[in-house]
Structure formats: structure tokens, C-alpha cells
Design a protein around this ligand. Structure first.
Ligand SMILES: [Fe+2]
Length: 475
């Protein structure tokens, strides 16, 4: 029997716009926010947790305190963590990241961040709701419009982190971690110049490079990629729109006149070193990985043919056209000839790509995504399936969860003593609608179709959201 301690129950008034049958998609089902912060122990385990998994699995997710936001991307960040050790699940807990936005529920972000006297932005104003990573001995909750936020292993907020004052702008939610040097590579994008700044952070956590990169306009740059020798920027046709910003929504839209380009820069290089390659127009929220093969820099990512032409909502239809969805794609940029080649690896939509983190920047055999299909209503939503792609030819294996169950982004954790690159575990939280509860599923990545090795059940909803990390004790 689980023991639930309520650590902080919200007394903020609920906004009725997030309730009832007219509530927007991003506030319903698995995405409906929870009201309180809890710690739960004595968790029910089915199967057996591999004893070598010792650490914490954490998901970051938007969870507006008022119960309402205009857009999926802008709710207050809430972390959902589970600690595993010695084959046991010690606890589950959920905690808001304490930010100025948390302190001012429902307040307008621009009003909080912008100083009208000096026309400068307070980069501590963050939802801190997108990713959670570990680097240089710190656990950082990330959101691309602001500074990172440091939290403890128990998910309590330490505060905004600007690398001892060296960071003077937003920092991406998708930094890359070099398997060889231990560096954290990142960037920030902004709506005023400089539109793009590249950052390199040493293994010890010191910000050692900040380089402005010239791009024609203020595009939305959610992710980038890094190979062993290059950092790769995606300058794509989703651009900032001041009018939309003043209205309070997601201030970006598709622009047919903005060229789609990837910029490949030596990892320690500068603006003049970037080589830009034109690509077919597209938008890419997430890359899977990048590596080098001879003169080619190869990038894998989930490519959409376009994004946000008429609306910036993510789900605009209950029956999306599969051809509009993001699908796994390969770009090859030849550094000798300047040639570009592209190929789509799967016709079906797929998102939240991950690879074994210890192979980031190097050629990997496999990558993992949330896939389309296996939904209770027969729709083509990306909801009930995890995919394993063999990147050489796009061969796909899947794990279908019981109909209606919704996994989130899966993290690959290598098995101790493993010899093949897929020897390891896929970990994800899964929501089950019949009970409105959730569980962590631990899959054997070498046998996708098999039942989970273990399930750790949490007697309440772990809200669906964005990105996750497994942070082993050793870090
Ligand atoms: Fe993301």
C-alpha cells in the first residue's frame, strides 16, 4: 500500500477555461495538470527492477498552477521524479520549479520579464518546464527562453543558474553532452539581436565560450545537434511575430520567405567558421543525433514539412494527417563539396527522439522515439507506442503499450557489461486512463515486443509533458 504525503496543496483559484468539455487539448487526459505536490513511498512494483539502476528518473512537464494556459508550452514547470536503488523504488515525488512565474501564477510573462525603463529582460523569468539535465555536479531544469534553474536530487529549487554571471541570455532546453570531453554544448536564441549565441560549458560546469552567430532573423530554434567536431544549428522558417507576442500566445509562425538552412561550425569555432547548407523547407523540434562519416556530417531528426502556418497550436485536429507529422529524417552535409542529401527514414510520424547518451556525437546503431498508432480511438496520434529505429536503413521495431496507455519520452540506460549498443533499458512514465494513474515502465531495449521487465506504479497521474533524464547516482 502506497504512503502518500501531501507536501504542498495549491490554494490558487482554478481558471474555469481549463476545465470541462471545452478545455483545450493540452489540458486534458494525461496532460491535465495536478494540483498538489506529494511524496509517495511503498510503491507497487510488478516484475523486478534491475539492481544496477541506481539513481533518479525525472520528467519535466508544464503544469499551470491556475489550471489554464493558452498553449501547451507555457505552463509552470513541474518535475516528476522517481528514485531507484538496489532493485527498489524508494519514492516518487512531484515538485514545481520555484521561479518568478511560479511566484506570480497566471501573470503575463512579458510584463514580469521586461523592464520598460531600460528595455532589458530579466532572464530569471522562466517556466523552467521543458527538460532536466545533469552537468558539472548540478541538476538543471531548462526552458529555452531563460536561465537554467538548479534543483536538488529531491527536486527542491536552488535557484536560477547563470554560470557565475557569464550567461547573459536564454539557454536552450536541449544542450548536448560530448561523450569524449564531457563538455555541455548549447545555445540561446532571442527576439532581438544577437538572435543566436553559441555556448560551450566545460565538464566542470564553467562557461568557457559564448559566441554570437549571424542569422537573418529571429527564428524559433528549439534544438540543435553536435557531432565529435561540429556544432550544427537549424535556422528554419518559423519566425518570431511581435503582434502575436503582444496578444500573449505562442509568438511564432511559418514564413515562406525565410530560407531553411543548417549551419555546421567547428565545435570551438566562431561565426565566420559556420558553413550554411540550404535544405528543403521544414521545421525540426528535435534532433536525434549527429555524427561524422568521411567528409559527411550526418544529422538525424524528426522533420515536419512545415509548422504553424495558420495556428501555433500543436493539436489542431483529432484526426491529424500522418503526412503532416514529424518523421525521422536524415540530412548529410558534405564538408568537402558543399552537397546536401536528405532521406526520410519512416513515413510514419515519430517524435521525442533519444539515443544512448554516452554515444552522443558518434555514430549509433539505434535511436528511440514515441511513435504513431496503437491508440484507443484508432487515430494516428503519437501516443501508445515506443519505436526503436535501426538508423542504417530505418528498420523499426515497436513496443505497443496496452490500448489507451500513453508513454512519454523514453531514456536509454546502458546495461552493465553490455556489448551491443542496444544492450540496455528503456525507461519511461506511462499514463493509464482507466484509473488515471501512471507507472514507470522499464523495457529491455533488445526485445522491444516483450512485456516490461518492471513496472513501478504510482497511484495518481504523472502528467504527460516534455523531456526526461535518468540521472545515475555516480553523477
Ligand atoms: Fe524539446
Amino acid at each position: 500500500m502506497s504512503i502518500i504525503e501531501v507536501d504542498n496543496a495549491s490554494n490558487i483559484e482554478v481558471d474555469p477555461r481549463g476545465q470541462g468539455p471545452d478545455a483545450p487539448w493540452h489540458l486534458t487526459g494525461s496532460r491535465a495538470p495536478v494540483r498538489d505536490e506529494v511524496t509517495i513511498t511503498e510503491l507497487e512494483v510488478k516484475g523486478s527492477i534491475p539492481p544496477e539502476l541506481s539513481g533518479r528518473y525525472i520528467r519535466n512537464t508544464p503544469n499551470p498552477q491556475t489550471g489554464y494556459t493558452e498553449h501547451w508550452f507555457i505552463g509552470d514547470g513541474m518535475l516528476h521524479g522517481m528514485e531507484l536503488a538496489d532493485g527498489k523504488a524508494n519514492w516518487y515525488r512531484n515538485r514545481y520549479v520555484r521561479t518568478p512565474m511560479f511566484d506570480n501564477p497566471g501573470a503575463d510573462r512579458l510584463t514580469l520579464a521586461l523592464d520598460p525603463e531600460t528595455f532589458t529582460f530579466d532572464h530569471k523569468v522562466s517556466a523552467a518546464n521543458t527538460h532536466i539535465v545533469s552537468h558539472g555536479g548540478k541538476i538543471l531544469a531548462l526552458e529555452e527562453g531563460s536561465y537554467p534553474y538548479e534543483v536538488t536530487p529531491e527536486l527542491d529549487t536552488v535557484g536560477a543558474h547563470n554560470f557565475d554571471g557569464k550567461l547573459d541570455g536564454p539557454f536552450t532546453a536541449h544542450p548536448k553532452f560530448c561523450a569524449e570531453t564531457g563538455e555541455m554544448l548549447g545555445f540561446g536564441y532571442a527576439q532581438v539581436e544577437p538572435y543566436l549565441t553559441y555556448y560551450r560549458v566545460s565538464a566542470a560546469g564553467e562557461l568557457v565560450q559564448a559566441t554570437n552567430i549571424t542569422v537573418p532573423g529571429p527564428t524559433m530554434m528549439h534544438d540543435f545537434a553536435a557531432s565529435r567536431n561540429y556544432s550544427i544549428f537549424m535556422d528554419l522558417p518559423v519566425v518570431f511575430d511581435m503582434e502575436m507576442a503582444m496578444q500573449g500566445g505562442m509568438p511564432f509562425h511559418w514564413d515562406d520567405d525565410y530560407a531553411a538552412r543548417f549551419g555546421v561550425m567547428p565545435r570551438n569555432g566562431g561565426d565566420a567558421d559556420v558553413r550554411w547548407f540550404d535544405v528543403d523547407p521544414c521545421f525540426v523540434f528535435h534532433t536525434m543525433n549527429a555524427h561524422e562519416e568521411g567528409d559527411d556530417v550526418v544529422v538525424y531528426g524528426c522533420r515536419s514539412p512545415e509548422m504553424w502556418r495558420n495556428t501555433s497550436q500543436i493539436a489542431v485536429s483529432d484526426a491529424p494527417d500522418p503526412g503532416d507529422g514529424p518523421a525521422l529524417h536524415e540530412w548529410r552535409f558534405n564538408m568537402a563539396t558543399g552537397a546536401v542529401s536528405e532521406r526520410q527514414l519512416d513515413d510514419d510520424a515519430s517524435e521525442f527522439p533519444r539515443i544512448p547518451e554516452h554515444l552522443q556525437g558518434f555514430q549509433t546503431d539505434y535511436g528511440y522515439t514515441i511513435g504513431m498508432g496503437n491508440t484507443a480511438d484508432g487515430s494516428d496520434a503519437m501516443a501508445g507506442r515506443l519505436c526503436k529505429y535501426r538508423l542504417s536503413d530505418g528498420d523499426r521495431q515497436v513496443h505497443d503499450f496496452p490500448l489507451g496507455h500513453e508513454p512519454g519520452e523514453a531514456v536509454f540506460v546502458p546495461a552493465e557489461g553490455g556489448t551491443n549498443s542496444d544492450d540496455g533499458y528503456l525507461m519511461t512514465y506511462v499514463w493509464q486512463p482507466e484509473t488515471d494513474t501512471s507507472y514507470m515502465a522499464i523495457l529491455d531495449a533488445t526485445d522491444m515486443a516483450a512485456d516490461p521487465i518492471a513496472e513501478v506504479h504510482v497511484p495518481r497521474r504523472i502528467v504527460s509533458g516534455f523531456h526526461t533524464s535518468w540521472i545515475p547516482d555516480a553523477t
